[in-house]
Design a protein around this ligand. Structure first.
Ligand SMILES: CC(C)(COP(=O)(O)OP(=O)(O)OC[C@H]1O[C@@H](n2cnc3c(N)ncnc32)[C@H](O)[C@@H]1OP(=O)(O)O)[C@@H](O)C(=O)NCCC(=O)NCCS
Length: 374
């Protein structure tokens, strides 16, 4: 069944009278809604651009997925800005407008699993699955958005416009998804944007997995690759057998209350690892959590895997966190600074410490997210 989007593509209002919705305006509107107690998730064109992390085209409207129970709260929050009801297709969707700015609200009822059920114009319903609610970025700021695979699903079952095709081709390229048959004939006219460094990995595919005796060898093999990378910075020698060895790895099994080892997976495939200790060489508090080692395989770098994995780690283990990174780590330093800034919304400290061949930066912050068992 076609998603309610089919109705939008035949929008009788015409687009000429609409005003462009800029990234700043999107962030402002999300913040106004949040202040009014409404969590809105970006869908449509802005949702695509949040997934891609940059603005790919001008947007003449803003599609948002919201709870049906929030309809009056939304109108109240946006009334002071001048937004009035322009179209009422409830319980499917409604449109607010102000001076040519158009906001399309898709109303869902959340079920117990966290899926969002939206009635459809022709009867029946569409369910946004719980894993379809992910985070993207607008102007570097973290925002809720619909996942790439669900975006593709919502674009099926109706005659796509050239704009739809551009969005879907970009998304499929960026997230390594197959281009749906209905969009295949656009592939000669629509070209993906190759300026991005590599395909982005759908955030719902990245997972942390506790290392067990069964996966200890996998971790040990990945660790050798990590040490090879680190030997550019630190005086690490390869063994006589041509392997990089790390004697402390077995401690992660003999001291399970102080050391935590996780594999990073992208789907089923190994993509890296994160090793954490309770107690940090940089502080005196034995409860501090320290990112001891962190590694993303080269094929997955600059695709968001490291960012997702670190966020999962900090959400999983709340507390005071320490991240130590060599001043000479050309990827590590900007990586940690960018994602700690994003995760903490700027509430972190950064200090210089002597030590190591080049000096060390130490980041410190609290992660407040709810815990899950390790
Ligand atoms: C550092 C490392 C973990 C980054 O992982 P990653 O998966 O490539 O990082 P992400 O794709 O999630 O990057 C998130 C952001 O960090 C910053 N970043 C990451 N790598 C960067 C680099 N090489 N140069 C500049 N900024 C970088 C960017 O802001 C990036 O966002 P963008 O791609 O949208 O611009 C990875 O390069 C790695 O494993 N390096 C070798 C081991 C290592 O140094 N570990 C850290 C020890 S302290």
């Amino acid at each position: 069944m076609a998603h309610a989007r089919a109705q939008l593509s035949r929008d009788p209002l015409g687009r000429s009278k609409r005003t462009r919705l800029t990234a700043e305006r999107v962030l402002e509107l999300l913040s106004v809604l949040r202040s009014g107690g409404v969590e809105a998730t970006l869908d449509g064109g802005w949702g695509v651009d949040a997934l891609l992390g940059h603005e790919t085209r001008p947007h003449e409207d803003l599609d948002l997925v919201v709870a049906f129970s929030d309809v009056s709260r939304i109108q109240e929050a946006l009334r002071p800005l001048g937004f009035v009801l322009h179209e009422d297709h409830l319980p499917v969707r409604f449109v607010l407008r102000c001076n040519g700015e158009q906001l399309d609200f898709h109303t869902v009822t959340f079920d117990l699993e966290g899926g969002g059920v939206q009635p459809q114009p022709g009867g029946g319903s569409f369910r946004y699955p719980p894993e379809g609610f992910v985070m993207g970025r607008v102007r570097g700021e973290s925002v809720p958005c619909i996942s790439a695979s669900v975006q593709v699903l919502c674009h099926l079952g109706y005659e796509p416009t050239l704009e739809d095709a551009r969005d879907i081709v970009q998304l499929c390229h960026a997230f390594g998804l197959p281009i749906p048959t209905a969009y295949a004939h656009f592939s000669s006219t629509v070209r993906p944007d190759y300026s991005r460094r590599g395909p982005m990995v759908d955030s719902q595919l990245v997972a942390l997995e506790v290392v067990t005796p069964d996966t200890a060898r996998l971790l040990s093999n990945l660790f050798g690759l990590y040490l090879h990378d680190m030997s550019e910075i630190f005086p690490i020698e390869v063994g006589a057998d041509g392997r990089f060895q790390y004697g402390k790895l077995p401690l992660y099994w003999s001291e399970p209350e102080k050391r935590f080892a996780f594999l990073i997976r992208s789907g089923a495939r190994p993509a890296g690892f994160a090793l954490v200790t309770r107690g940090s060489p940089a502080t005196d508090d034995p409860d501090d959590l320290d990112v001891a080692e962190f590694f993303v395989l080269r094929g997955y770098r600059r695709t968001g895997v490291g960012r997702q994995a670190a966020f999962l780690l900090w959400n999983r283990l709340p507390g005071q966190w320490i991240v130590r990174v060599s001043e000479a780590n050309r990827a590590g330093l900007p990586f940690w600074r960018a994602i700690i800034q994003e995760h903490t919304r700027g509430a972190f400290s950064e200090s210089k410490h002597p030590g190591g061949p080049h000096g060390t930066r130490v980041f410190s912050f609290r992660s407040e997210s709810p815990s899950a068992a390790v």
